[in-house]
Unconditional design. Structure first.
Length: 167
């Protein structure tokens, strides 16, 4: 039995059904939805004056090469597994992935340029525009994207807690 037929059998009028539908009561359940992470520490509208950030995180300004001081308030969230951010509003997403390593990738989905997020439970990068999924190595796991994300080197100096990202 269809959902609408079931509701009609309960005696709901077509007006009541329309109200429920318009208010979202008849939307189908998604198989999975990404868990939002609002952590965008270090973003300051594009300037290079964020405490703990030095270098270049924008491809339009040249080669990607920057450091993040993970002892500063802007970037210390990256010490937590599953956290991610887009340093200095740049073109890179940096994440502390499952197992504790750091990954830096281009943040724009190769399908239509939507910004990707990191999902700890799946240990992947996700584009919520059309559902493309990328591995922690940047390769496509699920389309419609057909090209992988650019991978940047990410290395942590454990003595100073400074993360270096470079092309």
């Amino acid at each position: 039995m269809k959902r609408s037929e079931f509701l009609k059998s309960l005696g709901l009028s077509s007006g009541a059904l329309m109200s429920i539908y318009c208010l979202g009561g008849l939307t189908s359940c998604a198989s999975e939805s990404p868990q939002p992470n609002t952590n965008t520490g270090g973003n300051n509208g594009g300037g290079n004056t964020v405490a703990g950030f030095t270098g270049n995180a924008k491809t339009s300004a040249g080669k990607i090469s920057f450091t993040l001081d993970l002892t500063t308030d802007n970037f210390k969230s990256l010490l937590t597994e599953g956290s991610y951010l887009y340093p200095n509003s740049g073109d890179v997403i940096v994440a502390k992935v499952k197992g504790g390593g750091f990954v830096a990738l281009s943040k724009a989905c190769t399908h239509q340029g939507t910004t990707v997020t990191y999902r700890l439970n799946q240990n992947d990068f996700y584009c919520d525009n059309h559902g493309s999924e990328f591995s922690t190595t940047g390769s496509v796991e699920n389309g419609p994207a057909t090209a992988g994300l650019t991978v940047y080197s990410a290395s942590l100096n454990t003595t100073t807690n400074v993360l270096t990202v470079s092309a």
